[in-house]
Design a binder for this molecule. Sequence first.
Ligand SMILES: Nc1nc2c(ncn2[C@@H]2O[C@H](COP(=O)(O)OP(=O)(O)OP(=O)(O)O)[C@@H](O)[C@H]2O)c(=O)[nH]1
Ligand SMILES: [Mg+2]
Length: 218
Amino acid sequence: MNDNAKSSEADARLREEADRLFRRPCAFVKGVVRVADLPGDTLPEVAFAGRSNVGKSSLLNALVGQKALARTSNTPGRTREVNYFLLHDRIYLVDLPGYGYARASKKDVAGWNRLIQDYLKGRASLRRVFLLIDARHGLKTSDQPTLALMDTAAVSYQVVLTKADKVKASDLEKTIARVSNDLAKHPAAYPDLIVTSSRKGTGLTDLRLAILTLLNNE
Ligand SMILES: Nc1nc2c(ncn2[C@@H]2O[C@H](COP(=O)(O)OP(=O)(O)OP(=O)(O)O)[C@@H](O)[C@H]2O)c(=O)[nH]1
Ligand SMILES: [Mg+2]
């Protein structure tokens, strides 16, 4: 067997292992509205951040193959707490409230923004933030404060395009190129992005593998 064949066999094994990890039990632990109430930081965690309605909760459900573990909604502003889910007693998956939701009250928005900021800045066990971006829109002005915060706080983050089923392949390629180009200016951003559709199941193994790799590097 040549080296290429060996490495692609190893890749396939890792991808299987990643899918297997996400078939393990995953359960809701708690929803938190103040950083003081976060669970102890003895386990590693990854978080899903992004504009309201971008598909964070749907992606989490798709990853673990459960339809209604995290609550989703057509109406933006569904997730209002920092929601902790524990996968296989090994890693927390953290579903964050969305930002950029114009119709919520100023007081609510300020509260959620403060919560997200405090969480992102101060969580020692946070291994990576998956920053979800709608594949139809790319990065928006309302994503900029979060990007800046994570750059300043040196929080490692990776962009995940969502709802890829909603765009034509040619437009998707353009968005990927544009977002990759923008990310090159951000020191804490991981250069590769992951393209997903929770509806079609696209990219789920790629994202699971990214998370497994973080765990294997613990
Ligand atoms: N077509 C399509 N729709 C999706 C996909 N993922 C999510 N949606 C829809 O997008 C809407 C928002 O999904 P959520 O998962 O609730 O979004 P969220 O980012 O958690 O939203 P907030 O909690 O409000 O911040 C719902 O109507 C989902 O059905 C996808 O891959 N494809
Ligand atoms: Mg949500």
